[in-house]
Design a binder for this molecule. Structure first.
Ligand code: FAD
Length: 534
């Protein structure tokens, strides 16, 4: 196992997910830098990962860590499922793949929270370098970056009805929510160009893998960071039932994701001293912020179905249908390439709010809870709170690296969050009441006259995550005791150790979290290579 590869590298990158693939590719552009990328999962050989409707099959596969939260008291003690990718490409190999950057104010808030230099203007310059977008040039979109986007195919007239309904309800539309105007109805721009998933494993790592100075080690679980004195010197790994050590002559770079990165730090003695002691782990650096500040986008789902089968036929991609599979294999088109969740609208929960705080995410079919008749038309709306105040934790269950971490997002523990979600649900109800959509609302889950208490009860009993956990080793200023990283992503108190993934985010963005993961990866790699931001 480890004997098959060299064991000393300049840079040891832990986690071959969305960020890790980009970091390893960027660092290995320097032919003098010896880089190893270590991934717990395997190569991505799953065909269903590459077509849009294969996501649910990926959840059932070995490529999913299949985490879940501890019971959430504010959600009737629900244990919310948190799939995470365990495969080259990471969670971006099992995700929905929509590209949504948030707004400049989200990143300005990072700088205000102590992450000097990480403001909206800088984020935009990185996104222009990361993206290849075909959207109209409304401002600030990249045209030549490694990540190539395409609008998700529109296969149902329901998408247009949802667009018209947004206009009727006063939510408006935008030509590009990643461009000049964030709020209003928009189609999804996705990482499925030509109908085929193209995450950072394809966009960054694939071409880099021919380099002699880059080694990719799959099926290798990092179990601990080796730390001598106050310097990270490498990592301990397990592969094929054996253990070994990979030495880093320059730096260890954690890209193990919002749950994996803090877990590895704590297993290695870097974290809240009192918590480490309860698991018999010797404290190397007492950093109370490790595993704190877990933030996620909580959502709820609402559905409507027509009273009779007439209307707009629902559309279901079915991988077990050989003709659909053949069409996709042949041309990247057909129903397997068409995610039923095609469009979104960022809206303000109330007219008093300055910026959008709610995402409405639209599906073109009714939910199964209303009808299993696949001829009945309808639609589904997820309502997500994109500026939550609730914060949670990631903690160790034990000192055994094989035990999943204890994930407690603390959903709705901040009293400000529930009223925003209730108001967001009212926005979705108002949309369903429009003339455009009313013919498809004969069957419903929540009636138009629902009281705040009834809506709150619905949210508590129908919670879902948008799968956006972030913030668990956040950046911050030097006088902030809970800041784990400095603005150059270095772990405080330990030399030669950085975190370059969504864990570094001081706050969550209004968009989806692939974009900031790649921003942090690109900027972190640039800082390491050049000592400056570009
Ligand atoms: C179901 C789902 C749907 C989503 N939909 C969207 C979407 O539509 N749009 C969007 O923008 N975002 C979406 N996301 C979120 C997005 O995919 C993540 O924010 C992003 O992938 C995070 O990147 P990362 O590099 O920080 O972590 P990851 O991509 O999760 O990568 C972490 C990697 O580290 C590896 N690893 C962990 N621990 C170890 C260890 N001990 N040893 C070795 N390797 C290890 C993991 O196996 C994994 O490959 C979704 C996520 C999920 C799960």
């Amino acid at each position: 196992m480890v004997e098959q590869v060299e064991t000393t590298f300049d840079y040891v990158v832990v986690g071959g997910g969305l960020a890790g693939c980009a970091v390893a590719a960027r660092l290995s552009e320097n032919p003098d830098a010896r880089v190893i990328l270590i991934e717990a999962g395997d190569e991505n050989r799953y065909e269903q990962s590459y077509y849009s409707v294969g996501v649910h099959a990926m959840f059932e596969s070995e490529a999913n860590w299949a985490f879940k939260t501890v019971p959430q008291p504010e959600l009737n003690n629900a244990e919310v499922a948190h799939p995470r990718g365990k495969v080259i490409g990471g969670s971006a190999a099992i995700n929905i793949g929509s590209w949504s950057r948030g707004i400049a104010a989200d990143y300005d808030a990072w700088e205000a929270a102590g992450a000097g230099g990480w403001n909206g203007k800088d984020a935009l310059s990185y996104y222009e370098a990361i993206e290849t977008s075909k959207r109209p040039d409304g401002g600030g979109r990249g045209r030549r970056g490694p990540m190539i986007f395409e609008d998700t195919p529109v296969v149902s007239r329901m998408t247009d009805l949802l667009r018209r309904a947004c206009i009727e309800a006063g939510y408006g539309t935008t030509e590009d929510h990643n461009g000049a105007k964030f709020d209003g109805f928009d189609l999804w721009e996705t990482i499925f160009p030509y109908g085929r998933r193209r995450n950072s494993a394809e966009a960054y790592l694939r071409s880099a893998r021919v380099r002699k100075n880059l080694t990719v080690l799959t099926r290798a679980m990092t179990t601990r960071i080796e730390i001598a004195g106050n310097r990270a010197t490498g990592v301990e790994i397990e592969r094929d039932g054996q253990t070994g050590t990979i030495t880093a002559s320059r730096e260890v770079l954690l890209c193990a994701g919002a749950f994996g990165s803090p877990q590895l730090l704590m297993l290695s003695g870097v974290g809240p001293g009192d918590h480490l002691r309860t698991h018999g782990i010797k404290t190397v650096a007492d950093l109370p912020g490790v595993g704190a500040n877990l933030i996620d986008h909580l959502a709820t789902r609402l559905g409507w179905a027509a009273g009779s089968p007439e209307g707009i036929a629902p559309v279901y991609g079915d991988p077990s249908d050989p003709s659909q599979l053949e069409t996709w294999r042949h041309s990247g088109t057909g129903l397997l390439s068409a995610n039923p969740y095609t469009s979104i609208a960022f809206v303000r929960s109330t007219d008093e709010v300055d910026l959008p705080d709610i995402e409405l995410l639209f599906g073109i079919n009714p939910p199964e809870s209303l009808t299993v008749d696949k001829t009945v038309s309808g639609f589904t709306t997820f309502v997500a709170h994109v500026t939550p105040q609730s914060r949670g934790t990631v903690r160790l269950a034990s000192a055994d690296p094989h035990d999943p971490p204890v994930i407690d997002p603390g959903y709705l523990t901040d009293p400000n969050d529930l009223p925003v979600l209730i108001a967001g649900v009212r926005r979705a109800l108002a949309l369903a009441a429009t003339q455009q959509l009313r013919p498809y609302t004969g069957r419903y889950e929540l009636n138009q006259g629902a009281t705040d208490e009834e809506i709150a009860a619905w949210i508590r009993s129908h919670p879902v995550t948008m799968f956006h956990p972030v913030g668990t080793t956040r950046m911050g200023a030097s006088d902030d005791a809970y800041a784990v990283l400095d603005p150059e992503l270095r772990v405080r108190g330990i030399d030669g150790l950085r975190v370059l993934d969504v864990s570094a985010m001081p706050g969550i963005i209004r968009g989806h979290t692939m974009a900031p993961a790649l921003y942090i990866a690109e900027r972190g790699a640039a800082v390491i290579r050049t000592g400056s931001r570009m």
